[in-house]
Design a protein. Structure first.
Length: 202
């Protein structure tokens, strides 16, 4: 017997006729991204490992946060209940700021009423990745041609993250500021670790 409420429903067959909410990211908006330093800041992955990845690798997705804290908790907070980050993990990743060079229109999954309008609920952000990926593909195919999805960070839902769909590199001006473990970021890293009560270990 499946425990209520069970898995999130699949995308409804009439999704194309529904009217999602939209969020517009203005030109000049600065987004934060923590990324594997070997890939560089702009990378639209097709691994299928992340929540809103393409279920079949037919398109790439890049994840960014509304600020540095959002980017941190989305990157290092995947394992619920584990509240430590290692120096090595920080060294292997860089923080980059992505300044938009064009307006982006995202399907908004974070605002009041947004989920109900499309037949979804908050399990979309915390349940099965396979189901969320099928929603991602269905929403990407909406006739409004969205640039991505805006959604609440799983471990800090007052902050919003974005899953962006295969945009050209020219859509961003990139500033890579290196690893958060660098001494120049000591105040920023300390504030983030305090916010989430994360420990830093060797």
């Amino acid at each position: 017997m499946t425990e209520y409420p069970g898995d999130h429903p699949e995308p409804p067959s009439d999704l194309a006729t529904r009217s999602p909410l939209f969020s517009k990211i203005a030109t000049g908006t600065i987004l934060s991204r923590i990324h594997d330093r070997s890939y560089g800041p702009i990378f639209f992955g097709k691994t299928g490992r992340n929540r809103f990845d393409s279920p079949g690798g037919s398109f790439g997705v890049m994840y960014v946060g509304s600020d540095e804290s959002c980017a941190f908790i989305e990157t290092f907070g995947h394992s619920t209940g584990i509240s430590v980050v290692t120096r090595t993990e920080l060294e292997e990743r860089h923080l980059s700021y992505l300044k938009t060079t064009q307006p982006l229109t995202l399907i908004d999954l974070a605002s009041s009423g947004a989920l109900a309008r499309i037949g979804a609920d908050a399990r979309l952000f915390s349940g099965s990745h396979a189901i969320s990926q099928r929603w991602s593909a269905a929403l990407r195919g909406h006739h409004t041609n969205p640039a991505g999805l805006l959604y609440p960070a799983r471990h800090d839902p007052v902050r919003n993250a974005c899953a962006l769909f295969d945009l050209p590199e020219t859509a961003f001006e990139v500033t890579n500021v290196g690893s958060l473990i660098d001494s120049r970021h000591a105040v920023l890293l300390g504030a983030i670790l305090d916010r989430y009560q994360f420990g830093l270990i060797d």
